[in-house]
Design a protein around this ligand. Structure first.
Ligand SMILES: C[S@@+](CC[C@H](N)C(=O)[O-])C[C@H]1O[C@@H](n2cnc3c(N)ncnc32)[C@H](O)[C@@H]1O
Length: 142
C-alpha cells in the first residue's frame, strides 16, 4: 500500500505507516528522522502540503499540519473528491470558539461536497487520548 503524510516531520505518523509496511511520501519542509529514511520505504519531499498533488493515487493520505480547520477540511475534500486517496486520517485543529459546531459544520460540508460529486464517504471523528486542541478524523470513500 502507499500513503502520503502531509506535515510529516519528524515522522511519528510516518513511522506508524512504515511499521505496517506502507510506502510513504512524507511532505514537510522540516527534517525527517534518519532512522525512518533508512527504512527505504520513505520518500521525503520538501513541499507545501496544501499544494502537493501525488503523482499517482495512493491508498492513504494522513495530515497533521497545524492550520485553520476550514482549510484542512477543503483539502480533505479535494483529496477524496479527486480520487487522490481512498482513505484519510486527518487532525482538525480546533478553533477557539464553538468547537463542536465548527467541526460538525466542516464534516457536513465535506460530506455534501462529495455528494455533489456523486461520491459517498464514511466519516468517524473523535478526540483521542493524546489529542489536545484537536480532533482526529477518519474518512473513507465508499
Ligand atoms: C504537529 S507537526 C507533525 C508531527 C508529525 N505528525 C509526527 O508525528 O511526527 C506539524 C508539521 O507540519 C509541518 N507543516 C506546517 N505547515 C506545513 C505545510 N504547509 N506543508 C507541509 N508541512 C507543513 C511542520 O513543519 C511540522 O513538522
Amino acid at each position: 500500500m502507499t500513503a502520503v503524510d502531509l506535515g510529516a516531520a519528524p515522522g511519528g505518523w510516518t513511522w506508524q505507516l512504515v511499521n505496517r509496511h506502507i510506502r510513504v511520501t512524507a511532505v514537510d519542509n522540516g527534517p525527517m528522522a534518519e532512522s525512518l529514511m533508512d527504512s527505504g520505504l520513505v520518500e521525503h519531499q520538501r513541499a507545501d502540503g496544501f499544494t502537493f498533488k501525488p503523482r499517482k493515487p495512493v491508498n492513504w493520505m494522513v495530515c497533521d499540519i497545524v492550520e485553520k480547520p476550514a482549510r484542512t477540511a477543503a483539502m480533505i475534500e479535494t483529496w477524496l473528491g479527486e480520487g487522490w486517496c481512498q482513505e484519510a486520517v486527518v487532525n482538525l485543529k480546533l478553533p477557539m470558539k464553538q468547537r463542536f459546531a465548527e467541526v460538525q459544520r466542516l464534516l457536513e460540508r465535506i460530506e455534501d461536497g462529495l455528494k455533489a460529486r456523486g461520491l459517498k464517504v464514511s466519516i468517524g471523528c473523535k478526540q483521542l487520548y493524546h489529542d489536545r486542541e484537536e480532533v482526529t478524523c477518519h474518512l473513507r470513500r465508499l
